[in-house]
Design a protein around this ligand. Sequence first.
Ligand code: NI
Length: 227
Amino acid sequence: MLITLPRVLDADDLRAARAALAGAPWDDGRDSAGAQAAQVKHNQQLPHDCVAAIDVRQRVLRGLDRHPQFLMAALPKRVFAPRVNRYSGATNHYGNHVDNAIRFAPDSGQRVRTDLSCTVFLSDPRDYNGGELVVQEPNGGERIKLAAGDAVLYPGTHVHQVLPVTRGERLACFFWVESMVRSHEQRRLLYEMDLALMQLRTRHGESAETVALTGTYHNLLRMWADT
Ligand code: NI
C-alpha cells in the first residue's frame, strides 16, 4: 500500500530547506548503498552531519511529528535519521533495487528494521523532468512524483527505482521507519480502521459504537504492537 502524506513541509520550511541546500557539499550517493544497490545507484547525497542535512532533517522530523496520517499509517517505533539526495546532471537516476533490511543509525549505531520507506519531495515538479519514483507492485508500478513538501510512504519490501532526471534537479529527503507493527497486513487493517473511525466521528459525532470500535482498535494494537 502506497500512502501519500500531504504537506509534511509547508512553504516556509521548503524555502528554508532550499536555501540551506544551495551550495551544500554533495557526495556520491553510492557511499551509503548496499552491494546490489550500489551498482545501479547514480545520485548524490549530503553528508549526514553537514549543516544543510541537519537543517532539512530537523524540519522533516518536526513535520512528521505533527502529521496525524504519518503516525496512523506508520505506527513508528524508530525513524532512521532522514537523509537528503539530489538527482541531476550525470548522476540522475537509481535503477531497480531493494533497500537493506537493517540500517545502523549513524549517531547511535542503533539498528533500524526498514519496514517502511518514505520520500519527501523538496523540488517543485515543474522544475524538473523525469525523476519519478516507481515502486513495483503485483499489479504494476505506479509513477510517483509529488508536489514539493508532500511525501510517499511505501513498504520497504518492494523493488523500486528513480527514473532519470532529464532536466533540472530533483531534491528529496528520504528515510526508513521501523514500525511498532511489523506485518504490513496488520498495519494496513489498523490504518483503515483508524481512518474509518475518524470519518464516522466527523459525520455522526461520538457514540457508544465509536467508543466500542475505538476499544477494538486499541486492543488489536495491543495484541500486534511491539514497543
Ligand atoms: Ni531505495
